[in-house]
Design a protein around this ligand. Structure first.
Ligand SMILES: Cc1ncc(COP(=O)(O)O)c(C=O)c1O
Length: 455
C-alpha cells in the first residue's frame, strides 16, 4: 500500500546469528575472578563441574570474542528468531514526542520472553554431557517455563523451585511448567536443608530468588545425575542472550537509524546485557556513542544503591562469591509484581561495565512502571511483562524529555516478554491495590553488614 509507514523490521531465518558475542574479549579491564565459598580462593573450572557441564564452564571463563552457536540450538531458535524490531509509531503519537521509539520484542518465543535464548543451549550442552535432570529457581515463572520447555525438547527432567510469592500470584505459570513436564515446588520448601533453615527463621516468608537458588543448587550438588541451570547473572547466560543485540544492530540498520539511548530492565541483568553488550563492544571501539541505561525497581535497587563487592549469589551461601553490585545476599526484597527483578545482586559483567562507566543505571517505582505498561498496551497492543514495564517507563520518560526540550532523539528499548500470565498484577493495579515501596534502607543495611569479608 503506497504511503504505508514501516513498523516492523524483520530478518529472514538465515540471519539468526551464527555466533554469540562475548564482551569479555573487548573489556579494557578484566572481570574479578569468582571465589570459592569455603577457601575464598579463585575457583577453577573443576570447582564448578558438579553444577554445570564443562562446555558451559568453558564459556563462563572464555575470552574469545565469538562463540559459535551449535546448529541444533540455531534450529530451535528458528521457531521465534530473528525476533522482530518494532517502531512504536502509535506510542510516539500518543506521547506527542519528536523522539523515535524502537523496541526489540522477545515475547514471541513459545514461553513468552527472552529466557529460552539461554534455556535452549543450557539444556543442549547438558544433554550432550549426559545430564539426566536440571534443577533451577524461578521468580516470575518466565525462566522456569523456558527451561521446562527446553528440557522437554532435549529429553531432560526438570525440577523448579518457584519463589513463594510468584507461586501464589501466578498459578498459570506453574501450570505451563507442568504442561512442559517439569516438577514445581514453592520456595522456600521443606525439601532442602536451605529451605528448612529459612522457614525455621521466617515461617511466613514470601521467598526470594536468592533462597530458591540455594534450594536448586543444593539438589544438584547432592545428586550426580542432576545439574543446575541459572536463568541470569552468569557470564554464559548473558553470552547466550547476545543474539538479541546482534539482530537489533542489523534491524536498526534496516530502519536507517542508530539509537541515541538504549534502555533495558535489569533483574540479574541478562535481557539488558543481551541487547546492549553488542552495542557496548562497538562503544569500546569508538563505533557507537549511545547512552546505555539499566532500569531496575526502586524496591530492589542493586545497581543504583548496592555496594560493588564480593558476595554470595544465593541466600544459603552455597554458590561461589562473585564481585557484583549487591544489596546483601540475605536481603529479601518486597513482594513487587515484577518477580523476575527481585534479586539481591547484579550480573558481575553488568556490574563491571557500570564501574567502567560504559553504562548508567536508574530506578523506577512499581506504580510508574505499570502506568507506562498500560499506556504502552493501549498504543501498541502488547501487554508487557511487569519486568519489561520498567524499561518502558524509562523510555516514555525519555520521550517526554525530548518533547519538553524540543530535541528529537532515537530511543531503543528491550521488551523482554509479554504479560499474559501476569494479568493478576494488572487486575491489582487497576483495583488500586499496588503500592510503591520505599527503599528498604534498614533491611539493606542489615544485609550489607553481613557481607563476607574478602580482602
Ligand atoms: C520478562 C522478563 N524480563 C526481565 C527479567 C529479568 O531478568 P534479567 O535481568 O536476567 O533479564 C525476567 C526474569 O524473570 C523476565 O521474566
Amino acid at each position: 500500500m503506497p504511503g504505508m509507514e514501516t513498523v516492523q523490521y524483520t530478518l529472514p531465518q538465515d540471519r539468526i546469528p551464527r555466533s554469540w558475542y562475548n564482551i569479555a574479549a573487548d573489556l579494557p579491564k578484566p572481570l574479578a575472578p569468582p571465589l570459592h565459598p569455603g577457601t575464598l580462593e579463585p575457583i577453577g573450572p573443576d570447582d564448578l563441574a558438579p553444577l554445570f557441564p564443562m562446555a558451559l564452564i568453558l564459556q563462563e571463563v572464555s575470552t574469545e570474542r565469538e562463540i559459535e552457536i551449535p546448529d541444533p540450538v540455531r534450529q530451535v531458535y528458528a521457531q521465534w528468531r530473528p525476533s522482530p524490531l518494532f517502531r512504536a509509531r502509535r506510542l510516539e503519537k500518543a506521547l506527542d514526542t519528536p523522539a523515535k521509539i524502537y523496541y526489540k520484542y522477545e515475547g514471541g518465543s513459545p514461553a513468552g520472553s527472552h529466557k529460552p535464548n539461554t534455556a535452549v543451549p543450557q539444556a543442549y550442552y547438558n544433554k550432550l554431557e549426559g545430564t539426566k535432570r536440571l534443577s533451577t529457581e524461578t521468580g516470575a515463572g518466565q525462566w522456569g517455563s523456558s527451561l521446562a520447555m527446553a528440557c522437554a525438547f532435549f529429553g531432560l527432567e526438570c525440577k523448579v523451585y518457584m519463589v513463594r510469592v510468584s507461586y501464589d500470584q501466578k498459578p498459570y505459570r506453574r501450570a505451563l511448567m507442568e504442561a512442559y513436564g517439569a516438577s514445581v515446588t514453592a520456595s522456600p520448601s521443606t525439601e532442602t536443608d536451605s529451605g528448612r533453615a529459612i522457614l525455621a527463621e521466617h515461617p511466613d516468608t514470601k521467598g526470594s530468588l536468592g533462597i530458591a537458588i540455594s534450594e536448586a543448587v543444593e539438589v544438584a550438588a547432592k545428586d550426580p545425575t542432576t545439574k543446575y541451570a541459572l536463568g541470569s547473572v552468569l557470564n554464559h547466560v548473558l553470552l547466550h542472550q547476545t543474539v538479541i543485540g546482534l539482530e537489533t544492530i542489523e534491524q536498526m540498520a534496516l530502519a536507517g537509524d542508530e539509537p541515541d539511548v538504549i534502555f533495558g530492565c535489569t533483574g540479574g541483568g541478562s535481557n539488558f546485557a543481551g541487547l546492549v553488550f553488542p552495542y557496548l563492544g562497538r562503544k569500546i571501539h569508538g563505533r557507537c556513542n549511545a547512552r546505555v541505561v539499566a532500569v531496575e525497581p526502586a524496591a530492589c535497587p542493586s545497581l543504583t544503591k548496592g555496594q560493588f563487592t564480593y558476595d554470595f549469589g544465593d541466600t544459603g551461601h552455597l554458590t561461589p562469591l562473585v564481585k557484583m553490585h549487591t544489596l546483601g545476599s540475605t536481603f529479601i526484597p518486597p513482594g513487587i509484581h515484577a518477580g523476575g527483578l527481585r534479586y539481591h545482586g547484579m550480573a558481575p559483567l553488568v556490574s563491571h561495565v557500570k564501574e567502567l562507566g560504559l553504562i548508567e543505571a536508574t530506578s523506577v517505582q512499581q506504580l510508574e512502571a505499570f502506568a507506562a505498561g498500560v499506556q504502552f498496551a493501549r498504543a501498541e497492543g502488547i501487554i508487557p511483562a511487569p519486568e519489561s514495564n520498567h524499561a518502558i517507563a524509562a523510555a516514555v520518560k525519555e520521550a517526554l524529555d525530548a518533547k519538553a526540550e524540543g530535541r528529537p532523539r532515537t530511543i531503543l528499548f528491550g521488551l523482554s516478554g509479554h504479560g499474559h500470565f501476569d494479568m493478576q498484577s494488572y487486575i491489582d493495579y487497576h483495583a488500586g491495590k499496588l503500592e510503591n515501596y520505599e527503599y528498604p534502607e534498614e533491611e539493606i543495611a542489615m544485609a550489607l553488614a553481613g557481607l563476607p569479608a574478602v580482602g
